[in-house]
Design a protein around this ligand. Structure first.
Ligand SMILES: C[C@@](CO)(OP(=O)(O)O)[C@H](O)COP(=O)(O)OP(=O)(O)OC[C@H]1O[C@@H](n2ccc(N)nc2=O)[C@H](O)[C@@H]1O
Ligand SMILES: Nc1ncnc2c1ncn2[C@@H]1O[C@H](COP(=O)(O)OP(=O)(O)O)[C@@H](O)[C@H]1O
Length: 308
């Protein structure tokens, strides 16, 4: 018997970053947006927790116990008192690795849902969300999908209304960026600017009302104008060539452009599907990225797509 779960990647249409907290995290106003570009995780009965991975980035996905899908399976089993869990997890990976699109988090969320179904546990969503938050700040959102405001370190979610479908292009960079390194660089840049970086110096961020209205109205021009990422200066500082990628997509007609989360993937908002296809083609031709994918959203979170 097997269960396949499809799970989306995310882009942060707003990423407001507060000061460094005593626990090493930052308070966020994190407006997550789930896109159709996604992974599939298939859980099959097995012995122990084993992993395999396919897709263009498979070689750089860790297949040991550090993989978020394996951690999720073990955490769910422990929660239910299953001492010796048995599952093989295959990850069909389309989400760029270490790209700021929460691919590992997506696989963690997908493994929770897949193992829950395979083992017939019927775990309530609230419990899955708590387990997800233990795995990482981005994992709860991958369970719910759609568009949501994440507060705290991003794990306290509130679903947001959206008035339509938006068309996106993602430009994948060569190599990834480490999320903690990008947060550290954000703190360093703030310190250097003399504004302080601790949570007593930096105001707690809040969602931008203009951005929320643009989402609710399905207004692509207004959303493009409101896109904002406080981690972008840090990502550009660590990877200056991303400025060329952002410029290439904008020159090709994208209405808005930003670094996705901690990067280095760059995200472009397009007027419609045809415009997105044109921006993706221009980005591929520009030589400023490794690959470019046109997609759309919002889409739902991790859900069973097939049973075998
Ligand atoms: C930046 C964001 C934006 O959605 O995602 P990515 O762009 O990396 O995908 C997230 O905040 C990443 O979430 P996630 O990748 O789950 O991070 P975690 O595993 O919880 O934390 C990894 C490390 O990132 C830093 N971190 C993470 C979240 C947060 N609110 N403040 C932080 O400072 C901390 O250094 C932490 O030790
Ligand atoms: N299932 C997984 N897929 C990808 N990376 C994973 C996975 N599990 C753990 N990782 C580790 O997490 C790191 C961050 O990966 P990822 O979640 O893709 O990026 P980001 O945090 O930028 O969104 C990777 O470099 C890898 O070492």
């Amino acid at each position: 018997m097997s269960v396949t779960v499809r799970v989306p990647a995310k882009v942060n249409v707003q990423l407001g970053v507060g000061g460094l907290r005593a626990d090493g995290f930052h308070d966020l106003a994190n407006v997550f947006f789930a896109v159709a570009l996604g992974d599939e995780v298939t859980a099959t009965a097995g012995t122990g927790v084993t992993l395999s991975c396919s897709g263009p980035d498979a070689a750089v996905v860790p297949l040991d116990d550090s993989n978020l899908a394996a951690r999720a399976a073990r955490l769910l089993a422990a929660h239910h008192g299953i001492a010796d869990p048995g599952v093989h997890l295959h990850i069909a990976k389309a989400i760029p690795v270490a790209g700021g699109m929460a691919g590992g988090s997506a696989d963690g969320a997908a493994a929770l849902v897949a193992c829950d179904a395979l083992w017939g546990l019927g775990t309530p969503l609230d419990t899955l969300l708590e387990l997800a938050a233990e795995l990482g700040s981005d994992v709860p959102f991958a369970l719910v999908g759609g568009v949501a405001l994440g507060r705290g370190r991003g794990e306290i979610l509130e679903a947001l209304p959206v008035g339509g479908t938006f068309h996106w292009v993602f430009a994948v960079a060569d190599g990834g960026l480490s999320t903690p390194a990008v947060f550290r660089e954000c703190d360093r840049l703030r310190d250097e600017a003399g504004t302080g970086f601790g949570d007593t110096d930096v105001a707690t961020p809040d969602a931008d009302p203009a951005l929320l209205a643009a989402l609710a109205d399905g207004d692509v021009v207004a959303l493009a104008g409101a896109l904002a990422n406080d981690l972008q200066p840090a990502a550009l500082s660590l990877r200056p060539a991303l400025a060329d990628t952002l410029r290439a997509g904008t020159e090709a007609g994208a209405l808005g452009a930003l670094v996705s989360g901690s990067g280095p993937t760059c995200a472009f908002l397009a007027k419609d599907a045809d415009a997105a296809a044109a921006v993706a083609a221009a980005l591929r031709a520009s030589g400023t990225c490794r690959a470019a994918h046109a997609t759309y959203g919002p889409v739902p979170g991790a859900a069973v797509s097939a049973r075998g």
